[in-house]
Each structure stands twice: as C-alpha cells, then as structure tokens.
Design a protein around this ligand. Sequence first.
Ligand SMILES: [Zn+2]
Ligand SMILES: [Zn+2]
Length: 272
Amino acid sequence: MSGLGKLKEEHLALSSGIGLAGFAISNFYESIEMAFAEFEDEIIDSIVKPNKTSAIHWYLSHFQDISRQIHDLRDVEDRLEYCLDFIVRILKEANLDPKLPVPDFDNCTEDWHEECECKEMFDKWERYVNHNAGEIDDLIIHSAFQVIFLDRKFLHDFHLALSEFIKYNMSDIQKKYPDCVTSKGRINRFYFPKWLTNAVFYRDKGTCTICRCDLSNLIRSQNTVHIDHIVPLDVFGSNDASNFQLLCEACNTSKGARATTTSSINVPFWNH
Ligand SMILES: [Zn+2]
Ligand SMILES: [Zn+2]
C-alpha cells in the first residue's frame, strides 16, 4: 500500500452513498439549476481553488436530508416497523450506536402504534437520528462522492453546466476573490495540492484518459504527467477538485485550451 501514501482508511456508507449518487445523476438535468441557486455562495467558495468540499458535494447536499427522509417515510408508510428498520440500517452504516431498546411491536396490542410504548421508543430512535443528522448526511454525501468521482462523463456534463453558472456569476466571483480572476474574466490557474494529484492519478489508474497510454512509471516526474482541467479555465471551467483528469504530454498539448474532451473508457477490476 506504499503507493497510497498517507491515506487513512475510514468508515464509509457505500450503500446509501451509491443510492444518493444514482439519484443525483438521474435527476441532473431537472435539478441542476435549483441546486446551483440553493448553494450559490458555497459553490463559489469551493471552486476558485481546489477544495476538499467540491461543487459536487454541494450538488449532492441538495438531495440529502436524512431527517426529512424519515419524516416522509412515516407519512406514507403506516408501519412503524418498516421505518425503524430503515433507521437501524442507516445508523449501522453510519457506525452510530444509539444504545436504545428496540420496540416490541409483535407483543403490542395497538395495531397503529399511536399511543403505546413502541411509539414512545420509536420517537427516541427518530430523535437520535435528528440529533445526529448533520453527521449522517455528511457521511452519506462523502460516500456518494467516492462513486460519482469515478464517472468522468458525468463530471464533464456537470462542469459544462457549472461553466454557465461561472460565466453568469463572474462579477460576484471577481468581487469576492479578486486575486483568483484573470484580466480576461476567467478563473486563474492554481497549483495542484498533493491530495488532489494523488486522487486523480489513482482514479485514472495511472493512464492517460484520452489515449490510454501508461503513465504509472512516471508518477515521480511531474513534467510528463499532466493534470488537465476537464472543462478548461478558458471556457469558464474552474479549479473545483472534481474538474481534473490525467493526460499524457501529447494529449495535453493537442487538447488545447478550449476543448472539453474526456472519455468514458475505464480500467475495470477485471476484463470480461
Ligand atoms: Zn405499539
Ligand atoms: Zn494521451
């Protein structure tokens, strides 16, 4: 594992994350403008220079709200048992243990559990989730990002939409971050932090994303491995952490300053 450097393992909620990523991708075209409007300031803060909380994280936040999800589930689902199963599953995934007793639904005489002991116990579980909702939502968003970051084709479409937002909001960006905007009214180039070049290198499996040539033996020489803006700064692209891909020198040169070329070709876990 020496290649992964100082990356620490951590607990992820992949099942919930994959669900959120899929939902966010399939609702992209009808939701993107609303999501940008909801998090205008936050997105501007995260894209002028590479930030670990990327614009994609804010886009995912638009959909993720565990408290609302449970509240809605209770409205449509009259079986408290089902809602509790959902809560238990989410808490396990989030590695949280409320240390609360589980309601004994089977031995309750009330069919709808409206004024019984199970109802009281259930409310405690729900309150526990609401109390930890920020932490749970952040973990699910972080987990969804691990999946969505693999999909360069989606990142390409996302950053094309983001470039419209940047063009439209350029005067606000300039006002807030005068040092980060060029005289032509584009976001300035910024150096790539190590956590970012590592992430892009490992995601793209050390190969050029356009011609697929192997760059893995060149990891130490920054001159021959190029970190490329998928949507270039020249056409209102940004330094958002999800707007990068690995290119070889030849492809980087021929892509030029205005093309948004990427490819959906990936290296699978095994070939079939
Ligand atoms: Zn009951
Ligand atoms: Zn290449």
